[in-house]
Design a binder for this molecule. Structure first.
Ligand code: ADP
Length: 190
């Protein structure tokens, strides 16, 4: 299925001068950039992106608690409490310096981008993924310093969320429809 997805190169990726390298990872696999811009989000904008939706807060919290459990550490907080702490740290992180927002288009783009980006904690992300290749940050390291995990990228996790998130970062007219010569080979209808 043809899909569009949102990628944010987070402040750590921009600060470390990795915008070009990261963009090339998506280009070389054949994804088509259809929108791109630098944004300096304030906390309100960061909070619109990382919403206080209960299901999302719990799932973020659960991932963290599971990672601690694997290391034999049990934290004395509920997944939702953990998720709320993470959201607050993310709002600080995303608004600390500019991010680069990208809309990428391609067949099954949402899942493909998540595969290229890798697991949430770079310490768990496989080599060859962006997070695995460019960082060794972990939940424990981040939590000790009371900051967000610096994992370079945000990528939408479903087509539904991609549509919601694209609307936060781009106006309709900023998302372009353009044709590459490769499209005729990839998506030609017989
Ligand atoms: P993903 O970005 O892989 O979709 P999540 O939606 O679970 O992951 O989390 C959103 C972001 O929150 C992560 O990319 C990471 O930057 C940050 N994060 C998640 N868990 C923690 C944590 N325990 N401590 C600090 N930051 C976290």
């Amino acid at each position: 299925m043809m899909e569009k997805t949102l990628v944010l190169i987070k402040p750590d990726g921009v600060q470390r001068g990795l915008v070009g390298d990261i963009l090339s990872r998506f280009e070389r696999v054949g994804l088509k950039p259809v929108a791109m811009k630098m944004v300096y989000p304030d906390k309100e904008m960061a909070g619109r992106h990382y919403t206080d939706d209960e299901a999302w807060l719990c799932s973020v919290g659960e991932k963290t608690l599971k990672s601690y459990e694997k290391k034999g550490i049990s934290l004395d907080r509920t997944p939702k409490e953990q998720g709320m702490m993470v959201r607050s740290m993310l709002m600080d992180f995303l608004s600390m310096s500019p991010v680069v927002a990208l809309a990428l288009e391609g067949h099954n783009a949402v899942a493909l981008v998540r595969k290229i980006v890798g697991a949430t904690a770079p310490s768990d992300a496989a080599p060859g993924t962006i997070r695995g290749d460019y960082s060794f940050d972990s939940y424990q390291l981040a939590d000790k310093s009371e900051r967000a995990v610096m994992n370079l990228i945000h990528a939408s996790d479903s087509v539904e969320n991609a549509n919601l998130e694209l609307a936060i970062w781009f106006k309709d007219e900023e998302i372009h429809s353009w044709k590459r010569i490769l499209d005729d080979l990839l998506y030609m209808k017989k």
